[in-house]
Design a protein around this ligand. Structure first.
Ligand code: 13P
Length: 256
């Protein structure tokens, strides 16, 4: 199987103002080299996307939206649509657990957002993962299956190669309690198997799967070495330029 590109994604969440985001991006672009086999992506707050899109060197870094609404235009106060982000971002996070649990996003919203991203020419990074209670109840497998089948219901086999799946166990996010490699191996194979059931063997192999949850430069290599895991979705550690650059460097070293 040809190896899929490694993705290193920094989710800045609700951090950095326009000025700080611009300085960070400038320094990041200085710190990293252009590589075909590793794609660096940052997801800044929506406010900064427009100006960063004018600054970004897309050969080194691509932009992702953290969130967007699935309808194209209309009376939806406070929302930004995928249509409005067209041409500004190359990726968009969908179904992050902070959106699911803090902002009560439902499977229907997530399904429509995945579809809206594809319709508007950028790649959805669909986040799935179990809560601590679901893990304790041994429901991880069922949760991943249910989230994937519900979220991908409107996506065809021609489109699914443009969807990235992020396995983000909720209990590992922002807790320092990162998943063990064995947890990620198991979840990765459930995700791949579900994709195979939905879309067949050939197409499912093209889908990139990444891990997120308390990743640091010390744990990055372990996750990146897992067969079938194609990258990392980094929260807290992506806010520190040195840490994030180290994670990118680890991915570079592994692709040599
Ligand atoms: P942390 O790396 O801070 O745990 O966050 C992970 C995450 O939510 C990335 O989307």
């Amino acid at each position: 199987m040809p190896s899929r590109k490694k993705l290193i994604i920094g989710n800045w969440k609700m951090n950095f103002n326009t000025h700080d985001a611009s300085i960070y991006l400038h320094r990041l672009q200085e710190a990293i080299t252009e590589r075909r086999d590793v794609q660096v992506i940052v997801a800044p707050t929506t406010l900064t996307l427009q100006s960063l899109s004018l600054q970004v060197n897309r050969r080194k870094v691509k932009l992702a939206a953290q969130n967007f609404y699935w309808r194209d235009f209309g009376p939806y106060t406070g929302e930004t649509s995928a249509t409005q982000l067209r041409g500004i971002v190359d990726y968009g996070l969908v179904g992050h657990s902070e959106r699911r649990y803090l902002f009560h996003e439902q499977e229907k919203d997530i399904r429509y957002k995945v579809q809206a991203a594809v319709r508007n020419g950028f790649k959805p990074i669909l986040c799935v993962g179990e809560t601590r209670a679901e893990r304790t109840n041994k429901e991880t497998h069922a949760v991943l299956y249910d989230q994937l089948t519900a979220s991908l219901a409107n996506i065809t086999s021609d489109e699914v190669g443009n969807v990235i799946i992020a396995y983000e166990p909720v209990w590992a996010i922002g807790t320092g309690d990162n998943a063990k490699s064995s947890d990620v191996v198991k979840a990765g194979s459930v995700i791949r198997r579900t994709l195979r059931n939905l879309y067949g063997d050939k197409v499912s192999k093209d889908v990139q799967i990444v891990y997120g949850g308390s990743v640091t430069s010390s744990s990055a290599t372990d996750y990146l070495s897992i067969p079938g895991i194609d990258g990392l979705l980094v929260g807290g550690a992506s806010l520190q330029l040195y840490e994030f650059s180290e994670i990118i460097k680890k991915a570079h070293d592994m692709q040599k």
